[in-house]
Design a protein around this ligand. Structure first.
Ligand code: COA
Length: 311
């Protein structure tokens, strides 16, 4: 069964019709049926957009219906998927995002709005001649989430660190060192001081310590999407390439990957992949032997297989 979503808003496109971005102010599930915002769509499209000529762009009203089970077919389609995530209308990994990089255009993101990459220098010079400085936030396919969506109940210390398409639940705090990619994020209250890679989801009450890293699947060959359960702590500068169940701790500075050899409470040694997703574990690197250990936080260890099913 396919699922459709609709969006209405404003596309910024080059004079050749290449869509740089689309800001969906109105969106939801189902087919586009119009609404009392139609007048505003028309008015904004017709309005004078002061920097548009300088940037070589025009603003067009966008009204779309998309099938989220099919790969993104256009920039406007891809932008609606990113908005659905950031507006918390759907959690990460719930839509088909195959080929999204190919669907989006590379854009220079500035304080004047999106600028075609090949025009950035011209705009910089023109602004300078007028006594102003052009500020460039980045040159990328994804813009900053907060330039499009302000989901309630969040603190984001540095807007540059959260891409549009991040899914951040109410109660999430993203500190300056924290980062959240598109199609990734949190499901509840979380402190994010490390990096949440594409596809990764943190459960309610989990903390990602300063500089910590969660391995993603976009580069480096990893295929398994990592997830973190509820009430976990991934210590400062730690990292995981395996999933964690609920109530797990990873010692500060320790990186546990799928191939890391881990000593279990019963003395056996297994690869990290074998303990992926288990609840109630504390991962440490023994400060005397250097061996990586997984200890049961409850003090009770019922064996690997039982623990695997406990989640
Ligand atoms: C892993 C961590 C939670 C362990 O903390 P702890 O207070 O030692 O935890 P516990 O008291 O439950 O430790 C259990 C036992 O393991 C021992 N232990 C902990 N880390 C160990 C290590 N690296 N090597 C050997 N033993 C270790 C403790 O000494 C303790 O031994 P004991 O039972 O004989 O007293 C802590 O070192 C840590 O890394 N916390 C992360 C904090 C953080 O980074 N927060 C984010 C900030 S941005």
């Amino acid at each position: 069964m396919t699922q459709t979503a609709w969006g209405a808003g404003f596309a910024t496109e080059t004079l050749d019709g290449e869509v740089l971005d689309t800001w969906y102010r109105w969106l939801g599930w189902g087919e586009y049926e119009g609404g009392d915002f139609d007048d505003e769509l028309v008015a904004v499209e017709r309005a004078d957009h002061p920097s548009a000529e300088r940037r070589g762009v025009r603003v067009r009203a966008a009204r779309v219906t998309i099938d989220v089970d099919e790969p993104p077919a256009s920039p406007g389609d891809a932008y609606l998927r990113l908005h659905l995530l950031s507006n918390r209308l759907t959690p990460p990994n719930s839509m088909n995002l195959d080929g999204i990089f190919g669907a989006l255009n590379n854009v220079t993101w500035t304080n004047l709005g999106p600028v075609p990459v090949e025009r950035a220098d011209e705009v910089r010079v023109a602004e300078f001649r007028d006594g102003r400085r052009l500020t460039i936030y980045g040159q990328d396919k994804f813009p900053r989430m907060l330039d499009y969506v302000s989901p309630p109940g969040l603190r984001i210390a540095d807007a540059d660190r959260v891409r549009l398409g991040a899914h951040l639940a109410e109660g999430t705090v993203v500190m300056h060192e924290g980062y959240c990619n598109f199609n990734a994020g949190t499901l509840g209250t979380s402190m994010v001081e490390g990096r949440i890679s594409q596809g990764v989801v943190l459960g309610d009450g989990s903390d990602l310590g300063g500089g910590a890293s969660i391995m993603g699947t976009l580069s480096g060959g990893g295929k398994e999407i990592v997830s973190v359960g509820e009430r976990c702590l991934i210590g400062a500068n730690a990292g995981i390439g395996i999933s964690l169940g609920d109530d797990c701790v990873v010692e500060a500075g320790l990186y546990v990957t799928a191939g890391t050899l881990v000593k279990l409470p019963d003395g056996s040694v297994v690869k990290g992949a074998a303990v992926s997703g288990i609840s109630g574990m504390m991962f440490i690197r023994h400060s005397q032997t250097g061996a990586i250990e997984a200890r049961a936080r409850t003090g009770k260890w019922e064996g690997l297989n039982a623990a695997l099913h406990a989640n």
